[in-house]
Design a protein around this ligand. Structure first.
Ligand code: TEU
Ligand code: CA
Length: 564
């Protein structure tokens, strides 16, 4: 059972790799394991502790690896099991750990279990999936009904995602024990934990009732999110698997509240270490969902983070992220990817690394990569984006311009364009034709150039990561928000014993003034990090902040000024 005590995964910084787009080792245009192996020294240099690898298992790639056809084999394009073993050794040799993506809400329809399951109604694998004579009205996340009629046996199967991703039937104990076996198999190979895909979808309300709504398809979330047996399953998984290893777990949990999150990550729960919350990802979504663009306010942004910081303090642990392979780039969404790209990328990094929780860095974030604006839908590869585009064009309710605007803002390919390593052809990602085009800004934004520039976003991330290792207050300190209603500045204080940390962030492209609250002044704060040149290390009572300026101050009787 987890306790409220110190743990390696609380002190860690995680780096997320989307293998298809990270580094191509053999020139076929697709990132692979050999490519990753070649970049392990770079990750070690950056200082990250854990690598989370998006799925690398055998897959027909209907949903880029989230449709798995063999849990114990490596996708052909990514390499072999030997490459995997070599990569794992390389990661461990450098003192890092590896967390795998565990996708067990569904498999691919090409998985042997489903091939058997669909073969006949009395096949022993029939009950591995969810079959019904009639569909209910649930909509799939990727458009259309969540049910597909299978001609061979005349029944429908449930797929919350694409029709090539049938949902597993977790009520069947054989399914659960197969999954636990598979997890132990990877853990016995030496992997250090799992990121669990849509793990709060695995238990569905019995009977699978229609969701409320006017005829047609409806969002069935109430019937498959945090379902009646989800905690029973996760406790069983903990007993059968996780409790036997020293591992890190993070569950992807759609639309959970902090209260619901605590049921997954509470220190006394024996389920998961952390979850990914989606409240922040919904901040700029209108009533029509993610594609329905809405502006966001800093007060709301602060309210969301603060609510999670406070609710989990002392009883659970936060994950900290503002982007990943499903979300637009954080600098384009929450910062300014034009004139103040560098400043705002550093400012957002400062926020993520000075809150309480485990920070997740998504590949390319550390160099301030931006969203991509492709001209044609043919340049996109993401099934969610393509399906939505086709559906919208067919409906004819929105102009093509509006549709494209939403895709430019929210499409998942924004974060999936190849990693920008250098100003060479294809950003140094591949000698071949990349599976998804590189962002044309790679000549200005790339690793090679930033390695050579001590003021780069990349060096700033490295300093932040080092700073966190030196100051336990950055990891374990409590959290206190200042000026909650202010729409321009995000400032908060963290305290641990005698040590205190103050983060002050300007979220605007104009000069702002931060008035230091009186109770903080006597603490003797000194500057430890900023994204601008700062002459005076002290904390003045009136602090003037330049566009997107970030300052981190620490008062620690023992340490004095820290030079970074
Ligand atoms: O994501 C779940 C999920 O909620 C997303 O599909 C989300 O709805 C969408 O991306 C928001 O735009 C996980 C994986 O991270 C994602 O890549 C997979 O497509 C999905 O599960 C299915 O496995
Ligand atoms: Ca390749």
């Amino acid at each position: 059972m987890e306790t409220e005590h110190n743990a390696w995964w609380k002190e860690a910084v995680v780096y997320q790799i989307y293998p298809r787009s990270f580094m191509d080792g053999n020139g076929d245009g697709i990132g692979d394991l050999k490519g990753i192996i070649g970049k392990l020294d770079y990750l070690r240099w950056l200082g990250v502790d854990v690598i989370w690898l998006c799925p690398i298992y055998k897959s027909p790639n209907d949903d880029m690896g989230y449709d798995i056809s063999d849990y114990r084999a490596i996708m052909d394009e990514f390499g072999t099991m030997d490459d995997f073993e070599q990569m794992l050794v390389g990661i461990h040799e450098r003192g890092m750990k590896l967390v795998m993506d565990l996708v067990v809400n569904h498999t691919s329809d090409e998985h042997e279990w489903f091939v058997q399951s669909r073969a006949s109604r009395d096949n022993p694998y029939r009950d591995y999936y969810i079959w019904r004579d009639r569909p209910n009205n649930w909509a799939s996340f990727f458009g259309g009904s969540a049910w597909e009629l299978d001609g061979r046996t005349g029944q429908y199967y449930l797929h919350l995602f694409s029709r090539k991703q049938p949902d597993l039937n977790w009520e069947n104990p054989k399914v659960r024990s197969e999954i636990y076996d598979m997890m132990r198999w990877w853990l016995d190979k030496g992997v250090d934990g799992f990121r669990m895909d849509v793990i709060n979808c695995i238990s569905k309300v019995p009977g699978l009732p229609d969701a409320p709504g006017e005829g047609g398809l409806a969002w069935g979330g109430a019937f498959f999110l945090n379902g009646p047996r989800v905690h029973e399953y996760l406790k069983e998984m903990h007993t059968e698997v996780l409790s036997r290893y020293d591992v890190m777990t993070v569950g992807e949990t759609l639309s959970v509240t902090p209260e619901q999150a605590l049921e997954y990550v509470g220190f006394d729960r024996a389920e998961l270490n952390m979850v990914f919350q989606f409240e922040m990802m919904d901040i700029d979504a209108g009533p029509g969902g993610k594609w329905d663009l809405k502006s966001w306010k800093l007060s709301e942004f602060k309210r969301i983070f603060s609510r999670w910081q406070t609710a989990l303090a002392g009883s659970g642990w936060n994950s900290l992220y503002l982007n990943n392979h499903d979300q637009p780039r954080l600098v384009s969404r929450f910062g300014n990817d034009g004139r103040y790209r560098i400043e705002s990328a550093k400012m957002l990094a400062t926020l993520l690394h000075t809150l309480q929780g485990t920070p997740f860095v998504y590949q390319g974030e550390e160099i301030g990569m931006t969203n991509v604006h492709f001209d044609s839908i043919d340049q996109y590869r993401d099934i969610e984006t393509i399906n939505w585009y086709n559906e919208q064009v067919a409906k004819g309710e929105r102009s093509v311009d509006e549709i494209v605007k939403s895709i430019h803002a929210k499409g998942r390919d924004n974060s999936r364009t190849p990693m920008q390593w250098s100003s060479a052809h294809n950003a140094g990602f591949s000698d071949g034709l990349p599976w998804l085009q590189v962002n044309e800004n790679y000549r200005e934004i790339n690793v090679e150039q930033q390695l050579a520039d001590p003021d780069s976003v990349l060096h700033y991330y490295r300093r932040l990561i080092q700073l966190r290792k030196r100051h336990p207050v950055m990891v374990y300190g409590n959290y206190d928000l200042l000026y909650p209603a202010d729409e321009k500045i995000y400032a908060f204080v963290r305290e641990l014993g005698n040590a205190a940390l103050l983060t002050v962030l300007n979220f605007t492209d104009e000069q702002q003034v931060f008035l230091c609250p009186e109770h903080l002044c006597p603490k003797g704060f000194e500057l430890v990090l900023s994204n601008y040149e700062v002459g005076d290390a002290n904390l003045p009572t009136r602090l003037s902040l330049r566009p997107y300026e970030a300052r981190v101050f620490i008062a620690s009787p023992a340490s004095g000024r820290v030079d970074v």
